[in-house]
Design a binder for this molecule. Structure first.
Ligand code: SF4
Length: 174
């Protein structure tokens, strides 16, 4: 049994696929932390959670679910609603979920996030935010062919792959 324990902030099943595979290959014991208050509706939140549950079962890793509070998230990004995707609203959004992950990562060697597997996300910005929160381990999961592998595994496991990032301001923009 490894004493390398990592808490993995997880946004959805497809992003978790190749991220978890890589971490397990590198000898980590992994728990997923599903923190997704940025998602517009509870139905969509649950739909993405189903994919995360599938991944937890497939790889036999733990799963912790954060509280879903979209109203609190809306308060956090207030004034930035009209920002384009990849603009300053997204930085505040990352801070919100990653800050919550750091806050519960006390019993772990460190934490990382599946957000870096997406070519739509700025890994450099995510790293800056993660380092500020403390305990963060810099994993850029899109490297080592991570994104292509995530598509391959998502198809194999028949995972729901959403066509937009998650909040109401990201709909029809990707
Ligand atoms: S587009 Fe995505 S990253 Fe940006 S604020 Fe919305 S949910 Fe967060």
């Amino acid at each position: 049994m490894t004493d390398k324990k990592l808490l993995l902030h997880t946004c959805c099943g497809p992003c978790a696929t190749a991220s978890v595979e890589r971490l397990l290959d590198e000898g980590w014991a992994v728990d997923l932390f599903y923190s997704n208050s940025n998602i517009l509706s509870y139905d969509e939140y649950q739909r993405r959670l189903e994919g995360v549950l599938k991944i937890a079962g497939y790889f036999k890793v733990g799963l912790v679910e954060d509280e879903y509070d979209h109203d609190a998230w809306l308060c956090e990004i207030k004034g930035l609603e009209a920002e384009p995707e990849k603009g300053s609203r997204c930085g505040v959004c990352f801070e919100y979920s990653l800050g919550r992950t750091a806050a519960v990562s006390g019993g772990y060697s460190g934490w990382a996030t599946t957000l870096t597997i997406s070519p739509h996300k700025n890994s450099k910005l995510i790293f800056e935010i993660g380092k500020k929160a403390g305990g963060f381990i810099e994993y850029d999961f899109k490297k080592k062919n991570g994104f292509a592998r995530s598509i391959e595994l998502s198809k194999k496991l028949d995972l729901y792959r959403q066509q937009y990032c998650g909040c109401e301001f990201s709909m029809n923009r990707e």
